[in-house]
Design a binder for this molecule. Structure first.
Ligand code: DLL
Length: 432
């Protein structure tokens, strides 16, 4: 099922024409209304009229989080305040928050983007949409809400927290779709088990999970314990959730390319890479009015795949982001993404997907410790062989990453749960 078939299944030629038209219009809008961007363009000797097609994109300067901080809070807004109907923000881990503004039209576009994700999974107005993303400045709750609202689904805006109550609501209200972070989905499943609620007691058909990286192994766990699990991606700076979404094929997320142009670049040199090569994702908004960022560097590392999808959509797919280039840990010189460690843990079975990676520096040498919860059954059964298990995990990590890690198997429920994005890494090194 499609929400806007004419755009989701558009031919590549038609798409390019549409993108070029929209790009020209947006660049002109930004050039006219955002002094900061205009100055940046002038500095390198270009003006709006120089950007005519998709191929000219590379001429535009790249925008970074630093530019957003320098213009905090409204310096990159392209419309006056009376046209802005809503603000969202992302706190990030360091520095000032990023503030994004929306006009009424931008909100409609956002809703359409999320509605495409939901309809691709078969959602209709007969469905009950359980939203456990946080409502507030975070874009998760409202993005899911606006999408479901456009479809006419029955929205249950639970937001985060009070997980037992969430389980009761899922069961009693008959939620058929759910949205939350993948780590919270597992927490809900765990709570269900404790409450004696089984999968057959609930009606969930599918969940749209995102806002943090997650692995195929984690998908398997969620599907076993809760419902079919689909990925959804986005970031506050571009629009929020719905920049791209997974269809039922589950082989990557279709980017809503009629709204957002995508490039991959080499994160070190900024050079544009050919489609299909792994690199940093860069987005350009071509329909937004209030906060239309041009060539925004996401720091997310991804791969683009343009191929015929069995769902009929022609929109390019991005493979699950492997992590962010700024979340990447460099441990004893080796680049490590937390998701690589997660894969090892979940592949081994009998560990829970609850873990924390602790990096420190002792006597000028980086140390890597991983606390991992194991299931209750295993913990009480094999206490004597815990050490063997720890060694096994450590040697797996060594064979994949080439660095040694100290593994600590810990009792179930000792690693703090998060209702939003999980905190997977504690870096105690004072390197910044
Ligand atoms: O997390 C928007 C969102 C809400 C997306 C709900 C999906 C669902 P921010 O808080 O600005 O916005 O964080 C954006 O989160 O740059 C990625 O690093 C990461 N991220 C988002 N979705 C995914 C995903 C929201 N599906 C940052 N897989 C992005 C991996 C993701 N990482």
């Amino acid at each position: 099922m499609y929400w806007q078939k004419e755009f989701e299944c558009i031919s590549v030629d038609e798409l390019r024409t549409l993108q070029n038209e929209r790009l020209q219009k947006t660049v002109a809008h930004v050039y006219e209304n955002v002094k900061y961007e205009r100055d940046k363009m002038k500095e390198i000797g270009i003006e709006a009229g120089d950007i005519k097609t998709y191929e000219d994109l590379y001429k535009l300067p790249l925008l970074t989080k630093q530019d957003l901080r320098e213009t905090y809070p409204y310096g990159l807004f392209a419309v006056p305040n009376d046209k802005v109907v809503e603000l969202h923000a992302s706190s990030g881990t360091t520095g000032k928050q990023i503030v994004a503004g929306y006009t009424q039209k931008d909100i409609k576009i956002w809703g359409d983007c999320f509605a495409r994700a939901l309809t691709s999974l078969g959602a209709t107005k007969d469905d009950y949409m359980h939203v456990s993303y946080g409502y507030g400045l975070f874009t998760g709750g409202f993005g899911a809400h606006y999408g479901a609202q456009q479809i006419g689904m029955t929205i249950i805006p639970v937001s985060t927290g009070n997980t037992q109550r969430q389980v009761n609501i899922i069961k009693d209200f008959g939620s058929t779709f759910i949205c939350c972070t993948p780590s919270y989905a597992l927490f809900i499943a765990e709570t269900m088990k404790e409450m004696g609620v089984t999968k057959s007691d609930i009606k969930l058909k599918a969940g749209l999970f995102g806002a943090e990286p997650w692995t195929e192994e984690m998908r398997k766990e969620i599907e076993e314990k809760l419902c079919k699990a689909y990925d959804i991606y986005g970031l506050t700076e571009i629009i929020g959730p719905g920049v791209s979404f997974e269809c039922m094929e589950q082989t990557g997320m279709h980017i809503n390319e009629d709204h957002f142009l995508v490039e991959t670049i080499d994160p070190d040199t900024g050079k544009v890479l050919p489609e299909g090569e792994q690199g940093e994702l860069v987005f350009t908004c071509i329909t937004k009015e209030a906060f239309p960022l041009l060539r925004y560097r996401t720091r997310d590392i991804g791969i683009l795949k343009r191929e015929k999808c069995s769902c009929g959509r022609t929109l390019v797919k991005m493979l699950k982001p492997m992590g962010r280039s700024d979340d990447m840990l460099i441990i004893r010189g080796v680049n490590v993404f937390p998701s690589q460690i997660e894969s090892v843990l979940l592949n081994l079975g009998n560990t829970n997907p609850h873990y924390q990676i602790i990096v420190d520096r002792v006597n000028n040498t980086d140390t890597l410790d991983v606390n991992v919860e194991i299931s209750t059954e295993i913990f009480s059964d094999v206490v004597s062989s815990l050490e063997d298990q720890e060694k096994k995990i450590s040697s797996q990590i060594f064979s994949i990453l080439g660095i040694s890690a100290k593994i600590h198997l810990v009792e179930p429920k000792t690693i703090p749960r998060s209702e939003g994005k999980a905190v997977r890494v504690i870096d105690k090194r004072k390197l910044h």
